[in-house]
Design a protein around this ligand. Structure first.
Ligand SMILES: NC(=O)c1ccc[n+]([C@@H]2O[C@H](COP(=O)([O-])OP(=O)(O)OC[C@H]3O[C@@H](n4cnc5c(N)ncnc54)[C@H](OP(=O)(O)O)[C@@H]3O)[C@@H](O)[C@H]2O)c1
Length: 266
């Protein structure tokens, strides 16, 4: 964890699940943490719990689906004088069900939070990281980024963007001292499933227990990948093996498999 000693980390989606665990694992090492999410009470409770001498924690309640609130966050950051050395773009949401039956507001929120906010924060903070000649961006993607997923069509497509963007940016930044890593978890027990399930739907997000990886392990794998300057991390050996093999399957065979699932099946 030497890499993170004295760092200033901005973590989006810090109020629950994977983001909250990033805060917990970085708190013993960081000099400053900037926590972002909509639920301020959660951020403040976490701050109270992790408070220690030598660590400053800023809570910023913001809806990352709202461009105005993102700009306000960036302005507050500039005014605070904090120089972010680690950006963890973790905030995100899913939606499970047929695209034709999806609510536009939910689709829009996925595009805004999973893609637009991540891209805007990266765009705003990257020049300082490059000038400093040291820093890291950790984008929380998903194994859903590695293949098209019926009934999670938009979510998987947003994560495909995140993985592709991370890889391209990493290549652009070679030699600058700034690394980019895409963390691609499989199913993790967080609030993600409840958020992704549609109200009154009996068709809930399938998350086989055998593939579930504890949130602590997911975050450890993400931080280890940043420290090791790795492009991508798929936490959990079983998930990693299955996904690596899946990516080797030709698309025409994948289409046969994906097309076999009936519309009513989850
Ligand atoms: N859990 C899984 O199975 C899984 C698997 C692969 C990838 N992931 C990815 O992991 C990341 C974290 O998800 P999680 O599993 O930890 O789910 P989670 O427990 O639901 O946490 C999502 C976080 O994102 C924040 N967020 C959502 N919409 C937001 C908005 N409009 N503005 C600001 N913050 C917002 C939430 O904060 P507020 O609600 O307080 O705003 C919360 O802190 C996501 O990018 C997700 O796609 C999850």
């Amino acid at each position: 964890m030497n890499f993170f000693h004295g760092c200033t980390a901005l973590i989006t989606g810090a109020s629950s699940g994977i983001g909250e665990e990033f805060v917990r694992q970085l708190a013993p090492h960081a000099r400053s943490l900037i926590l972002v999410a909509r639920r301020r009470d959660r951020l403040e409770a976490l701050t109270g719990e992790l408070d220690r001498p030598g660590l400053t924690i800023h809570c910023h309640a913001a809806d990352l689906a709202d461009e105005v609130q993102i700009e306000a966050l960036l302005a507050a950051l500039a005014a605070s004088g904090e120089r972010v050395s680690l950006l963890v773009n973790n905030a995100g949401l899913g939606d499970h069900g047929l695209f034709e039956e999806s609510e536009w507001a939910r689709v829009r929120a996925m595009l805004d939070v999973n893609i637009q906010a991540l891209t805007r924060l990266t765009h705003a903070l990257l020049p300082d990281l490059v000038r400093a000649g040291r820093g890291a961006i950790l984008n929380v993607s998903s194994i859903a980024s590695l293949l098209p997923l019926p009934k999670m069509a938009v979510y998987a497509a947003t994560k495909a963007y995140v993985t592709s963007f991370s890889e391209a940016l990493r290549a652009e930044l070679r030699g600058t001292g700034v690394s980019v890593t895409a963390l691609c978890p499989g199913p993790v027990s967080t609030e993600f499933g409840q958020v992704a399930d549609r109200p009154n739907s009996r068709d809930s997000l399938p998350a086989p227990e055998v593939f579930k990886v504890p949130v602590e392990e997911v975050v450890r794998a993400g931080l280890a990948a940043v420290e090791g300057d790795r492009a991508r991390a798929i936490p959990g050996w079983l998930v990693c093996v299955v996904m690596t093999l899946t990516t080797l399957v030709p698309i025409f065979l994948l289409r046969l498999f994906l097309g076999q699932r009936r519309r009513g099946e989850s």
